[in-house]
Write a new protein. Structure first.
Length: 206
DNA sequence: ATAAAGATCATT
DNA sequence: ATGATCTTTATG
């Protein structure tokens, strides 16, 4: 399927369009990669999840404000790397989190990096898992994902698109809402972005 | 110096 | 459902 332009302004559409395409890495001389099966969109202008994320991690702003098409990689829970692709033009803080891939290349390398006794279907079935399997760490933050031979996206010409992609609420962002009362204790309209359907997955068994 | 909270994972 | 694990940020 066709690759999106990472400078496009609609991060939700980019997140959807990435599903079914390939991501590869060549880190430490080892080629690894697979088909993207799950993504999530985060939008600086319309999304409490991203807005609160930025408040908690001011140092991320620099990378996220750059022109779309580079990696944004940060650590959560102490040792899990999250691999995102920055989108939109300079000055916007939009990105797509790659949450899962179906591994196709370099399975042996991935096994090594992830530790033995891991079933293949569990190699890259989560955002921290695929980052580890592909060797992506915050050291590669800011690395381009187009015209690059370290991390890159390739389109999947074979993939027949739309109807096998499902949208759903995003994972692990319970904080992406406001209290129903303002700071004086008066009720206000609740703002809640936790259920935006900005998570895209490939339908099982296709 | 201490506290609190994560865009998670593996196991029970 | 729960514990592991530790960086980042805020506060005193």
């Amino acid at each position: 399927m066709q690759l999106p332009f990472f400078t496009d302004s609609d991060v939700v559409n980019i997140a959807r369009s990435l599903v079914g395409n390939f991501v590869f890495s060549s880190v430490g001389g080892s080629l690894t990669g697979g088909m993207i099966t799950e993504t999530e969109a985060y939008c600086g202008e319309r999304d409490l999840a991203m807005q609160k994320h930025l408040l908690r991690r001011p140092s991320s702003v620099t990378t996220l404000k750059k022109k779309g098409g580079i990696a944004y990689i940060y650590t959560v829970y102490g040792y899990h790397s999250m691999f995102n692709i920055v989108t939109n033009e300079v000055g916007y803080t939009d990105s797509v989190l790659i949450r899962a891939i179906s591994p196709t290349v370099g399975l042996d390398i991935m096994q090594e990096r992830r530790g033995s006794n891991i079933a293949v279907r569990n190699l890259c079935s989560g955002p921290a898992k695929l980052s580890q399997a592909l060797g992506l760490t915050p050291a590669l933050n800011g690395e381009p994902v187009v015209n690059n031979n370290t991390i890159w996206i390739e389109s999947n010409a074979e993939f027949n698109a739309a109807e096998s992609i499902i949208s759903a609420p995003r994972i692990g962002i319970d904080y992406a809402k406001e209290d129903k009362k303002d700071d004086k204790g008066k009720p206000r309209p609740a703002r809640d972005d936790t259920s935006l359907p900005w998570r895209f997955t490939l339908k099982q068994g296709v």
